[in-house]
Design a protein around this ligand. Structure first.
Ligand SMILES: Nc1ncnc2c1ncn2[C@@H]1O[C@H](COP(=O)(O)OP(=O)(O)OP(=O)(O)O)[C@@H](O)[C@H]1O
Length: 254
């Protein structure tokens, strides 16, 4: 077990947002979080990352309670790509990715060629090397998203938490970013809206009104009855003749 949520809950002004969620993520596993808008996916990710503190229950990172760990220790182990992370600072793309090295730097461990190489590699991994000297503010939404992912990769984490990382990306970059993330062999929890893309995860957790209502392999979780009850859609299952992969088509209930 590398990341574990043990019966965690979180409320805002008396309204329960995440309720009694238990989840264990194994080393190298990619767990997808799916669920309708407002079901609690981002809040759960923020609880797992330590940005929010659970009101009940506890999060464990590599066997230690997250609440007892220092920010820097957490950041050396775990990187987060949040939705709509913005900065108003005038920085270049490379500066933005260099921020990923912050948890590793200290007076005794100043910036070095190793950090430069890691940043260069992270930019290349998301295919943003050509943008390194560009002003971050001039990037498109999809380009910014790739820079955020590069910043997280430059952190060299063992655990990666991503909130809808394919948001804003065109289909080519959606596929290449998901392939990149899957190929990293990191322990990953990723919130996704595209349920066909979510099928590429090792396991899927389904959030519904703050509860984790299902958790298991995609083919077991993504059943017509669950898609009806949680998402309010009718689903039909097709098979891609090219490779036998399962594809879901969605229809309104009316
Ligand atoms: N700080 C807050 N104050 C008040 N309500 C909040 C706060 N944070 C989250 N919520 C509410 O909690 C619910 C869950 O939000 P959350 O962002 O976790 O959902 P989500 O599943 O990620 O949604 P989406 O798919 O739309 O991104 C929503 O109804 C949201 O309005």
């Amino acid at each position: 077990m590398i990341l574990k949520a043990d019966q965690i809950g979180w409320s805002v002004r008396g309204t329960s947002i995440v309720r009694d969620v238990s989840l264990t993520v194994a080393e190298g596993e990619m767990v997808g979080l799916i669920g309708p808008n407002g079901s609690g996916k981002s809040s759960l990710l923020r609880l797992l990352s330590g940005v929010l503190r659970p009101a009940t229950g506890q999060v464990w990172l590599e066997g230690r309670p997250l609440a007892h760990m220092r920010r820097r220790e957490i950041a050396q182990a775990m990187a987060v790509v949040e939705q709509q992370a913005e900065t108003t600072d005038r920085i270049t793309v490379r500066d933005a990715v260099e921020l990923g090295r912050t948890p590793w730097l200290s007076a005794l461990r100043p910036w070095s060629d190793v950090d430069n190489a890691i940043v260069t590699e992270a930019l290349a991994m998301v295919k943003m090397s050509d943008f390194a000297t560009r002003d971050w503010a001039t990037l498109s939404g999809g380009e910014r998203q790739r820079v955020h992912i590069a910043r997280a990769l430059a952190q060299r984490p063992r655990v990666l938490l991503l909130d809808e990382p394919t948001n804003h990306l065109d289909i080519h970059h959606q596929i290449s970013i998901l392939q990149l993330i899957a190929g990293l062999s990191l322990t990953t929890v990723i919130a996704l809206h595209d349920l066909n893309q979510a099928m590429g995860c090792d396991r899927l957790g389904v959030m519904h009104r703050g509860h984790l209502v299902a958790l298991g392999p995609p083919a077991e979780v993504l059943r017509a009855s669950l898609l009806h009850d949680v998402f309010g859609v009718r689903a039909s299952f097709l098979t891609d003749p090219a490779d036998g992969a399962r594809i879901i088509r969605f229809h309104s209930l009316s």
